[in-house]
Design a protein. Structure first.
Length: 336
């Protein structure tokens, strides 16, 4: 068994200053009692003010759920994302802000994505002329409203950063849900094209723009931050580690994945249940993301995609796709 380290949804590994403190501040500005936001989280407001304590994802999700029920407006996810680089101090933020270009930014995120925004996970893909990032649940499956809050916050962070450091660059965003009632907030905070009701949450950028120089950057600050990051223990979430393993070995089973994570199949099954998911669902998500991306964004043949999924028989590939999406490969290609 390999020695793979990871954290779970109940572990206190998320800095409260990442999302919770900005959320509490917005609630205060709207006249919402912070005790109502923290209700059920076992967190005390004055303890949060004393120092930047770490909280668990479960605690963060409870507070986000409460805020969604308490706040009168639906734009606070965008506001938090817009404030991210102005108010949140961290080594990964310093390294990214001072990156030479987007190629360098993506290398940093590849190595330290959990330091940046752990509640979502990133899968990187390339097409002929673009670099793409599929965004998915990073720690634990929640209600649709809470997951959308995290997605909107991340989109706001990405767009604000691009507009600030690379104002000449355009990105395209595809979202896997219908246009919301609060669509005006997208128009206010997001200056890039957003397409709703797509099969994947996808952020795309032209490959030719990846090496355009950042508006300003400090080599010294970047190197200092990178040095500090390399001294920290790399710790990803259970779902992120599992999805990486499945992506590398599409034929993996519950038993082989459990062995990779140094636990029994029964333990892995129990842990995934605590994260509101299962091994079958997580494996299906990885295979579905790979398949949908290549069917819709590239001109890859069924044979090529089957090989990426370690499927030898095209009939089995079609059956898998029909089970995952309810559609055939040709139907998906025509729908793009």
């Amino acid at each position: 068994m390999s020695n793979v380290t990871f954290f779970e949804c109940s572990d206190n590994v998320i800095p409260s200053a990442l999302l919770l403190l900005p959320l509490l501040e917005l609630c205060q500005q709207q006249g919402v009692d912070t005790s109502k936001v923290l209700n059920g989280s076992k967190l005390a407001y004055y303890d949060l003010l004393k120092s930047d304590i770490n909280i668990s994802f479960d605690q963060l999700a409870v507070c986000c759920h409460n805020s969604l029920n308490l706040l009168p407006h639906n734009d606070f996810s965008f506001q938090i994302g817009q404030q991210f680089f102005n108010q949140y101090n961290s080594d990964i933020k310093t390294a990214i802000v001072n990156a030479r270009n987007l190629t360098h930014v993506f290398k940093l995120l590849r190595c330290f994505s959990n330091e940046f925004f752990p509640v979502c996970k990133f899968s990187e893909f390339n097409s002929e002329q673009q670099r793409h990032f599929v965004i998915d649940v990073g720690i634990k499956h929640c209600t649709e409203r809470v997951e959308r809050f995290f997605y909107e916050t991340l989109i706001s962070i990405v767009c604000h950063f691009i507009d600030w450091r690379f104002p000449e660059i355009d990105i395209t965003i595809q979202l896997p849900f219908k246009a919301p009632k609060h669509l005006e907030y997208y128009h206010t905070f997001i200056k890039h094209p957003v397409i709703f009701d797509k099969p994947l949450l996808l952020i795309s950028i032209k490959s030719e723009q990846l090496d355009l120089p950042a508006k300003e950057s400090s080599t010294i600050l970047r190197r200092q931050a990178f040095y500090k990051l390399t001294k920290k223990q790399k710790l990803n979430s259970l779902l992120t580690v599992l999805s990486h393993h499945i992506a590398c070995k599409p034929n993996t089973t519950l038993e082989t994945a459990a062995a990779h994570l140094s636990m029994s199949p029964a333990t892995l099954k129990r842990k995934l249940q605590a994260h509101n998911t299962s091994f079958k669902y997580e494996k299906d998500q990885v295979l579905k993301n790979v398949t949908l991306f290549h069917l819709i964004q590239t001109s890859a043949s069924n044979q090529t995609i089957s090989e990426k999924l370690a499927i030898n028989d095209l009939t089995n590939f079609r059956r898998l796709l029909k089970r995952l999406t309810g559609k055939t490969p040709n139907q998906l290609r025509l729908a793009k």
